[in-house]
Design a protein around this ligand. Structure first.
Ligand SMILES: [Zn+2]
Ligand SMILES: [Zn+2]
Length: 134
């Protein structure tokens, strides 16, 4: 399938020719700040299936010491994708247009969620990350 995404101002656009996987929401304090939200909403992509359609020159990157990073629109501030070692690793679900045919399957680091957030009932929750054997 073809999945498209764009930032708030619309200058940066991307496309995935394939499917998203492992949609998750992380409630840790770092993700809250990266996503300016109560949690992340993020899904993995195959880097070979991902391309920027426009506005790539407007992208600004922030990469941490472990090689994980994010790219965001320098004009409007939307966070569009995650990076690992310089390669696109996943997309922020908030910037995806329409229905990408994935649902957030698990909520991680719920143990460090914001005091003001109420987690919906019935969702799969982990106090920290997903255990190794899952
Ligand atoms: Zn923008
Ligand atoms: Zn997190």
């Amino acid at each position: 399938m073809t999945i498209t995404g764009e930032c708030f101002c619309g200058e940066v656009k991307c496309r995935v020719e394939g499917s998203l996987s492992d949609a998750r929401s992380c409630h840790c304090s770092r993700c809250r700040k990266v996503f300016s939200s109560q949690a992340s909403a993020y899904a993995l992509v195959d880097p070979k299936e991902f391309e920027w359609l426009s506005g790539e020159d407007l992208l600004t990157s922030y990469v941490d010491e472990q090689g994980f990073g994010f790219q965001f629109c320098s004009k409007c501030g939307s966070t569009l994708c995650g990076l690992f070692n310089g390669t696109v690793h996943g997309v922020t679900l908030g910037c995806i247009n329409g229905d990408p045919k994935v649902k957030i399957a698990r909520h991680i680091f719920v143990g460090s969620k914001a005091s003001w957030e109420i987690i919906p009932e019935g969702v799969l929750q982990y106090q920290e990350g997903v255990p190794e054997n899952e």
